[in-house]
Design a protein around this ligand. Structure first.
Ligand code: GLA
Length: 387
């Protein structure tokens, strides 16, 4: 759905629910990660770009402490709670808890307990691993910052608050990548983010290449429990190696410590250490327009996620192999995001799109027999006011 159509729908939902117009509309994008998976919570490097799919939040102040919310997409579903007392979880969880969580952490961070009317809507594919929830959190945080003139909160601070809402309120132990790229993305570029310092440098996608996202439609099962388990295994590895985070470990340290490390923990650590290295190299390759090197790094990343980190599934491995074959040596493909389903990201020449798309259409089906969904996306700017 085009942006103006989405904007129109969110405004319509706002005026139907609350009458009148919002004070402002904020937007924040979803994301796709080119390389650097599960490295963020190890204080390492990631190379995501924001994508041209957004969540929009229309907001107006109220005179009381109530928050009234309507979701344009979810058939006009609503929520209501008060900022006067503690904010509880909603019994159904889901999108309502992202909204409640962001309001709870912003209030803790000094936002006045003044109510608001909110309409939200988006076109980020949901449940596909493209960070629709992070885009909602960041768009809402930005809307509240503007409404209450919390000018001391820059986009990095908003991303950290959005992550805190997800960690402390929703209960998902995610890293900072999704919220940070949604807040700080740069149009036409990926961002190499150092997840320790939160410094980011923009790397242009070469002009003749495009970012393709392929939704595998593999139902993502066990994601949260497996995600948290990987996180624990990384923490165990860091502890056993005597470093604060796996960011501080090297291949040489792993080789020297081979005897005392449990083989499974060693494999998990090896993925993080090698992935950090690949991510920094990938930013160099992309900046130099060396798409053969980029393709090799993406292939190595996928193999490492499959063999060492064990977060891929057979249908995704097959889809990645199919794409790699169709794309050839210039550019590449790998699973992207937390794993156990979700999407594959590919970089390929714009001139190859139709050939590659045809290969996917012809040769791929999900375990449930569905064809993949292919998107060509434009690396987009991070959160801002919707025009
Ligand atoms: C999810 C998390 C991110 C990151 C990725 C894996 O998207 O939300 O913080 O850990 O998985 O790279």
């Amino acid at each position: 759905m085009a942006m103006h159509e989405l904007h129109r729908r969110v405004l319509a939902a706002f005026s139907t629910a609350f009458s009148g117009a919002p004070a402002l509309v904020a937007r924040a994008p979803g994301r796709v990660n080119l390389i650097g998976e599960h490295t963020d919570y190890n204080d390492g490097f990631v190379l995501p770009c924001a994508i041209d799919f957004d969540t929009l939040v229309a907001i107006a102040p109220r005179d009381d402490a109530e928050v009234h919310v309507v979701a344009a997409d979810v058939g006009g579903a609503t929520d209501r709670f008060s900022l006067a007392g503690p904010i509880a979880h909603h019994p159904e969880g889901g999108w309502r808890d992202y909204v409640r969580g962001v309001l709870a952490v912003l209030r803790e961070a000094g936002m006045p307990a003044r109510g608001a009317n909110i309409a939200l809507g988006g076109n980020v594919p949901q449940g596909a691993g493209l960070s629709s929830s992070a885009s909602l959190e960041v768009a809402l945080a930005l809307a509240l910052r503007r409404l209450h003139r919390l000018d001391h909160l820059d986009h990095t601070a908003l991303a950290l608050l959005a992550q805190r809402a997800e960690n402390d309120f929703v209960g998902c132990n995610c890293g900072i990548m999704d919220q940070l790229i949604s807040a700080r993305g740069v149009a036409g570029h990926a961002l190499l983010i150092d997840c320790r310092s939160l410094a980011a440098s923009a790397v242009a996608i070469p002009a003749s290449f495009v970012v393709m996202i392929v939704e595998s439609r593999v139902r993502r099962g066990l994601v949260d429990s497996e995600y948290n388990l990987r996180r624990q295994q990384c923490e165990t590895a860091a502890r056993q190696l005597g470093v604060a985070k796996l960011r501080d470990a090297s291949a040489a340290m792993l080789a020297a410590a081979r005897a005392p490390l449990d083989p499974l923990i060693l494999r998990r650590a090896r993925h993080i250490v090698s992935e950090n290295d690949r991510t920094v190299q990938a930013a160099e390759a992309l900046a130099a327009g060396d798409m053969q090197r980029m393709g090799r790094l993406m292939a190595a990343s996928h193999a490492s996620m499959r063999d060492d980190f064990a977060i891929t599934v057979p249908a995704i491995d097959q889809l990645v192999a199919l794409l790699q074959q169709a794309i050839g040596p210039e550019g590449g493909a790998r699973m992207t995001g937390g794993g156990f389903g979700g999407c594959v990201v590919a970089l390929l020449r714009a001139s190859e799109v139709e050939t590659v798309r045809a290969q996917v259409r012809q040769h791929y089906r999900s375990p449930e027999g569905e064809p993949a969904i292919v998107h060509i996306c434009q690396p987009a700017a991070g959160a801002g006011l919707a025009a």
